[in-house]
Ligand binder design. Structure first.
Ligand SMILES: [Zn+2]
Length: 411
């Protein structure tokens, strides 16, 4: 294994990341590079130049996903794909998915300068609109090519200004051909920052991502009776907000019953939301996550019983609608093993963990053996201008990606 300790060029990778940070900065050390914006176009243009300089065949598909392909000895064989996304949140960080795309480019540069010919082709990918900040839902580029969303649906989504995805794609000149979508993928590997505190707290460098936690989203509507705050005696009230508050506490407490369960009420609307009127209607959301699909749905069933009991006692009506059900995605053991081996070869600390947030790898897992490498986020901060992954961890994560590519592009 003569290439065992081949490493990325740390300075070059950091410099590439620095160039990215200068395109669409938010002004407070972070990024504001929304999907298909002018800043995104500038970044894409430079990225395409970099791919070409690295000798890659560049293609753009009909969702604006960018691919750079490096030939393999068996060029008609399936490819090993690596990448993530270059778009950011409006007050986002410099690393997020950017790290995965630019590290993928660095992997190609290292293979090139060492004249390494892989058995299978290697493709670098930048997926469009992973963040979902401008066009909701997230992960449209990867979701589109894997059949999770139809082209009509994606093209019709509008941003807050009423501009459609299709229009925005045309405006920045990144509307390519359906023929350019990636097909015949052997593996997809995404390097990403953890976006949570686990690796940082445990002082571990490499996260071997086991999969992406399932996540269900519900809207709860509590209907009571609006009345004047002055004359209405307390015992005659059907206060929707008081009932909803008791329910929200239950949503939080259910996590005591199931290890690893995470629940969040992130949004509450009170009607009429007036100081001297008893609230007649409250809507709130429940975001519920756990990697075990059965545990998650059983926990929700129990929660529903508890909320119904509160509704009965409070004489309010309760309706719960399902906004979103997403099953847990499990990653390929072939990729997880390759990540583990690579971390061991370098002597990097490592651990298994699940991803809370979704990633492009979630959809790619439906069409290929997929996995993710996580590196620490300082204090677990992400989607924030203060987001930070230290240089040593960037280098180590990219080294692991390089070795995983070398392994998987051979077998
Ligand atoms: Zn991301």
């Amino acid at each position: 294994m003569e290439n065992t300790l081949l490493k990325v060029n740390r300075e070059r990778l950091l410099e590439t990341l620095k160039v990215s940070s200068s395109i669409g900065p938010s002004g407070n050390g972070g990024m504001n590079r929304l999907a298909l914006s002018d800043a995104d176009k500038n970044m894409r243009d430079i990225f395409v130049d970099w791919l070409k300089e690295a000798g890659l065949d560049v293609r753009i598909d009909d969702f604006g996903n960018i691919y750079g392909r490096r030939k393999g000895k068996r060029d008609d064989g399936p490819s090993v794909a690596i990448g993530s996304h270059l778009d950011t949140q409006p007050c986002g960080g410099k690393y997020d998915g950017i790290l995965g795309v630019l590290s993928a480019l660095e992997v190609i540069r290292v293979l090139n300068e060492n004249d390494i010919e892989t058995e299978y082709p290697v493709e670098v990918i930048n997926f469009t609109n992973e963040e979902g900040a401008r066009f909701s839902p997230p992960m449209l580029g990867s979701g589109g090519i894997t059949g999770n969303f139809s082209k009509d649906f994606i093209y019709g989504i509008k941003d807050d200004e009423g501009i459609s995805f299709e229009q925005a794609l045309n405006e920045i000149n990144y509307s390519g051909s359906i023929q350019n979508r990636i097909t015949n993928v052997k593996n997809f590997i995404e390097l990403h920052i953890e976006q949570g505190p686990i690796l940082h707290e445990k002082d571990i460098t490499i996260g071997i991502v086991q999969g992406i936690q399932g996540n269900d989203l519900y809207t709860v509507k509590v209907t009571g009776k609006t009345n004047h705050a002055g004359p209405t005696p307390m015992e005659n009230r059907r206060d929707a907000l008081v009932a909803a508050s008791k329910m929200i506490v239950k949503v939080n407490e259910i996590t005591d019953e199931v290890q690893g369960l995470k629940t969040t009420v992130g949004k509450v609307n009170v009607t009429p939301n007036v100081t001297n009127v008893i609230p007649g209607e409250v809507e709130f959301t429940i975001d519920i996550r756990h990697e075990d699909n059965d545990l998650r749905s059983h926990a929700f069933e129990r929660l529903k019983e508890q909320l119904s009991a509160i509704a009965l006692m409070s004489e309010v009506e309760l309706t719960i609608t399902t906004d979103w059900n997403s099953e847990t995605t499990l990653f390929s053991s072939v990729v997880k093993d390759a990540i583990q081996e690579a971390a061991d070869e370098f002597g990097y600390s490592k651990m298994d963990l699940f991803s809370g947030p979704g990633h492009d790898a979630k959809y790619m897992a439906g069409v290929s053996d997929t996995g993710m490498i996580f590196v620490p986020s300082v204090d677990g901060i992400s989607h924030n201008e203060q987001e930070l992954t230290i240089d040593d961890d960037i280098e180590k994560g990219a080294n692991v990606l390089l070795h995983v590519v070398q392994k998987l592009a051979e077998v």
